[in-house]
Design a protein around this ligand. Structure first.
Ligand code: ATP
Ligand code: MG
Length: 250
């Protein structure tokens, strides 16, 4: 079992290094494509019919989107190398701070309500990474309930079978539960870009962070009634402590 885990870990690391270097190498030719499209538009504007100029413009938009996706993939692969700095993490503090940013950035921010039911258990985690987790989950919760008169997000936390479990529930449009696993893969989006902006990288990032902590993440939804995202962090992390016996940094 230990051998199989080590083997899988090596395979995963190789795959991450591979996707990291691929995305890194893809940036240079893509920049060239962007540069030539811009040169075509700027230097030959008088010679090209408007239909051709329109196509060049579309090419530039698509190339920009591809550059964003490459950068997202690079960030995701860098995340795996970021050392875990474990501390006693107080979720309530992070939530307060992150929520302010989330409501400031969303057009429905001034109509939204955040409810915390009961105390949230503290846990051992990397606070900077958990800030990203909550930022992404709260941002999604508000984005996909933006169409409601009163977007409402409820946060709960409890301890169960050696894990701290947290849930974030919204009253938004929800998603088809058949895709409850797929949404954690990079660039998997269930809602159109026209209605809801985004690259589809947030939940992949969240999952990467939670699994690095030895935790789990999952989601439930009833379409039209909202979605609930759960994540569980182990109360103690023997595997991590073994890997870093002198401290809590891995
Ligand atoms: N709270 C939610 N309610 C309904 N659907 C959701 C919710 N959270 C995520 N989803 C679905 O899962 C998809 C993936 O989410 P993810 O956060 O990875 O991407 P995104 O929010 O579209 O873009 P990004 O996070 O990169 O800005 C979303 O596009 C949406 O279809
Ligand atoms: Mg998102």
């Amino acid at each position: 079992m230990a051998e199989r885990t080590a083997e899988l870990k090596t395979k995963n690391e190789e795959l991450e290094a591979f996707s990291g270097s691929i995305s890194h190498d893809l940036r240079a030719p893509l920049r060239a494509v962007q540069g030539w499209a811009r040169a075509l538009r700027e230097d030959y504007a008088d010679l090209l019919p408007s239909g051709a100029l329109d196509l060049v413009g579309r090419q530039e938009v698509a190339a920009m989107r591809m550059m964003e996706m490459i950068e997202d993939l690079l960030r995701l692969s860098r995340l795996s190398k970021h050392p875990l700095r474990l501390r006693n993490w107080d979720p309530a503090e992070t939530i307060k701070e992150v929520w302010q940013m989330v409501i400031a950035a969303d057009p429905a921010g001034n109509r939204a309500r955040l409810l915390q039911s009961g105390d949230l258990p503290a846990c051992e985690a990397d606070p900077a990474l958990l800030r990203q987790v909550l930022g992404n989950l709260l941002e999604n919760a508000l984005k996909f309930s933006r169409d409601k008169d009163m977007p409402q997000i409820k946060i709960q936390g409890w301890i169960e079978s050696g894990e701290c479990i947290y849930s974030i529930e919204d009253n938004g449009i929800g998603f088809n539960p058949a895709y409850a696993r797929r949404i954690f893969q990079p660039f998997q989006r269930l809602h159109s870009l026209r209605h809801f902006e985004g690259n589809g990288i947030g939940l992949a990032t969240v999952k990467r962070i939670i699994t690095r902590h030895g935790g789990r993440i999952w989601a439930h939804s009833v379409p039209g009634e909202g979605a609930t995202f759960f994540f569980a962090l182990p109360l103690s992390m023997p595997a991590l402590e073994e890997a870093a016996p002198t401290g809590k940094v891995r």
